[in-house]
Design a protein around this ligand. Sequence first.
Ligand SMILES: [Fe+2]
Length: 256
Amino acid sequence: MVFAQISDLHLTADDTFSNDDGPVAHAVACVAALNRLDPRPELVLITGDVVERANTDSYHRARRILDELQVPYFVVPGNHDDRRLLLEAFPDGACPVRDADREPYIQYTFSHSGFLFIGLDTLKPGSDHGQLCRDRLSWLEAVLHESTTVPRVVFLHHPPVATGHPVVDDTRLYHSAALHRLLQRFPAETHLLCGHVHRSVSTIWAGAALHICPSVFHQFSFDRWLEADLNFVSEPPAFRVYLRIENALLSHVVYV
Ligand SMILES: [Fe+2]
């Protein structure tokens, strides 16, 4: 099995950043790179911040760009996203909630190649930090309860861990201890895939592998990471590819 993760596209409707270094050019290049990749990913997970400012035009542009992907893709929201506008722009397939009118959150599951994929919605409207409220955690508990032996890929925008960067950590998933407890109660092979940090970072958390995906738009520098400023660095756009070999799920960072 091969699948890809892209994150933090920050697409705009206007051409504010529409040069070679802008989010639109980077996203188009990223989609082309994914379509050319051999082995080809069987699906693409998009872990939030699809747009920079949530409005209908930005999401329509995102839809046009992402629809060039030659494989199915799945989206969960980031702090820059708007649930309603996201669901309106991607009503079919990319956000497969059971009933968009009744489900207040963009959380869903699907099975692929022996894995259960679980999309989590960590958006707290009006805040940059993430949250999983009681409703969303109860939903996840029921999902985990029904799938205790199946390996899982859980994808969400906000990382539940501190990364050491003061600003990034101020906006991570708050109250993540509840998620930690849930994952430990249902200990199957678990891979947590996050975005938000605009860097590739990996660790182990709650007995799970945890990978943070670089941004399609721009990266933060590791240099002076522990200081309060967010420093951009001219690293290329990048994404992650996950490859199941024997019994291991391996993660590669691929630069565009
Ligand atoms: Fe972002």
